[in-house]
Design a binder for this molecule. Structure first.
Ligand code: C2E
Ligand code: MG
Ligand code: MG
Ligand code: MG
Length: 281
């Protein structure tokens, strides 16, 4: 504990800070070992065509099961993985695993669906990112049209690199979407320069459709804008029939959320593949 005994009695570290730092260091050490120790798993959440109830795709979501600490939420470890750079190897594992799983479902005879994978800015900024994606698609033999990369608005910041990387990915046939749309602070003008296919309406808007008229207005506005720009739009965090009905009225293309299914392990997807979602409305 460093403490300066000057006349201001200035403290560099408080006991609380020490606690936070060591907790973070422990988490970081754990995270460093998680890949080799096989502690990561992917779960998958269905994405449904609102018009037909058809399963169009799934989003792969990362789970960390630590032998002592139990399950750690991505909200807790993804920021740390980004801060430490560990998100690069972890993200590569996610991409590989997700592509392999999607190919496996196709091999099992299910009609092909899209696999959406979250990509962090740091991962996207790597100079070999496009090559890594190409390599993984080749190794897993997944057709690029069944892969979707979920990017966040923060990627747009480094616009020169971002626009060329996106065009390279697009030319391979990969789908690109903007995750958590409406929560970033970037200007909307990127929507005309970047080759984006889909906007994902953030769940904070979806959640409040029937609570706050302003959220409902924002959701309709995003849907209309997407349609006018020829982009597809998917609403995240759909939990109720009422929310779904609103989205249907507004002609939103797709929905994802607990109303249809929580994120589930691969083996539980067999049931989802055989299920028709249309009757849930
Ligand atoms: P996201 O990409 O926006 O993912 C959606 C999050 O909302 C997921 O949380 C999902 O479980 C949750 N969710 C889905 N439907 C509902 C619903 O109806 N209601 C509510 N309340 N929540 C719902 P999760 O799995 O905890 O992931 C949190 C975030 O962590 C993700 O947000 C994403 O930003 C990040 N993340 C997860 N996996 C990865 C990954 O493999 N790589 C990277 N870079 N980030 C990841
Ligand atoms: Mg996402
Ligand atoms: Mg999101
Ligand atoms: Mg998010």
């Amino acid at each position: 504990r460093v403490k300066e005994q000057g006349k201001n009695n200035f403290e560099f570290y408080t006991p609380e800070m020490n606690e936070t730092i060591s907790k973070k260091m422990k988490l970081e050490l754990g995270l460093r070992k998680a890949l080799v120790n096989n502690e990561f798993k992917l779960v998958y959440q269905p994405q449904i065509d609102i018009g037909t109830g058809k399963l169009l795709g799934v989003e792969a979501l990362l789970r960390w099961h630590h032998p002592e600490w139990g399950t750690i939420s991505p909200a807790e470890f993804i920021p740390l993985a980004e801060e430490t750079g560990l998100i690069v190897p972890i993200g590569e594992w996610v991409l590989y695993k997700a592509c392999m799983q999607n190919k496996e479902w196709q091999n099992e005879g299910y009609s092909p669906i899209r696999m959406a994978v979250n990509i962090s800015s740091l991962q996207f900024q790597q100079s070999n990112f496009v090559e890594t994606v190409r390599k993984i698609l080749k190794e897993t033999e997944l057709d690029p049209i069944y892969l979707e990369l979920e990017l966040t608005e923060s990627i747009i910041q480094d616009s020169k690199h971002a626009v060329s990387t996106m065009h390279n990915l697009k030319n391979m046939g990969i789908y690109l979407s903007i995750d958590d749309f409406g929560t970033g602070y970037s200007s909307l003008s990127y929507l005309k320069t970047f080759p984006i296919d889909t906007l994902k309406i953030d769940q904070t808007f979806t959640r409040n459709i029937y609570i706050d008229q302003k959220d409902a207005s924002l959701v309709s506005t995003i849907i209309n804008m997407a349609q006018n720009l020829d982009l597809k739009v998917i609403a995240e965090g759909v939990e109720t029939a009422e929310q779904l009905q609103f989205l249907q009225q507004e002609r939103c293309n797709e929905a994802q959320g607990y109303f249809f299914s929580r994120p589930i392990p691969a083996q539980e997807m067999n049931y989802i593949f055989q299920q028709q979602f249309a009757n849930k409305k």
